[in-house]
Write a protein that binds this ligand. Structure first.
Ligand code: GLN
Length: 194
């Protein structure tokens, strides 16, 4: 059976992610409530503002629900702010900002510069180059031993995976290229288990 891929739709660039997933012929569900989360097999967390998303996750009751699903193995793909939300350590975060600790990386917010310093550059991966769109992007300053570096910008990790969790410091949904979403859907998600 085909998986249903959820896109966290509280804030940020969720619409472009939903379009990318839909372009692969995969069912998409926007997720704003714990009830909607129950209907998905995998979750994409978009870019946006991680501190705002953290607040909305807590007030919607989604934080605990998502933490539980990740814990039980739900494939999860976080991009930019979504990567910050998945990280085990957030540097330069707001003091009340929470993260799921789902992938053993330390990320520094806005470390590639402010909005004006956003840039585009090629990401090198074993399955080809990607056009990386970086917008006030977080920098991965540390990767734990269980983390696989899949993509690099020069020498720096920008696309990482630990088990069922995939994280990118850039915005693959804005590059008009669904290959990373395809990788997530085809290699990380399986038929609906619940
Ligand atoms: N700087 C943002 C944050 O800290 C992330 C930027 C993005 O998602 N494009 O949440």
């Amino acid at each position: 059976m085909n998986p249903v891929v959820g896109v966290l739709a509280l804030q940020g660039a969720f619409a472009a992610h939903a379009e990318c997933v839909a372009s692969l012929g995969v069912s998409v569900q926007e997720v704003r409530t714990p009830e909607q989360l129950e209907h998905v097999d995998a979750l994409v967390m978009p870019g946006g503002e991680s501190s705002t998303m953290s607040q909305l996750l807590l007030s919607s009751g989604l934080f605990g629900a998502i933490a539980q699903r990740i814990e039980s193995g739900m494939p999860t793909f976080g991009t930019c702010a979504g990567m910050i939300l998945l990280a085990s350590e957030v540097l330069d975060g707001r003091s009340d900002q929470r993260s799921f600790g789902a992938i053993d990386i330390s990320v520094r917010r806005n470390a590639f510069g402010r909005q004006i310093d956003s840039f585009e550059s090629s990401i090198h991966t074993p399955f080809g180059d990607f056009h990386g769109v970086f917008i006030r992007a977080p920098r991965i300053e540390r990767t734990g031993p269980a983390v696989e570096v899949i993509g690099r910008l020069g020498d720096e990790p920008v696309l990482v995976r630990q088990g069922n969790v995939l994280a990118a410091s850039f915005h693959p949904e804005l590059a008009g290229d669904a290959r990373l979403h395809e990788y997530f859907v085809t290699t990380m998600t399986t038929a609906r288990k619940v």
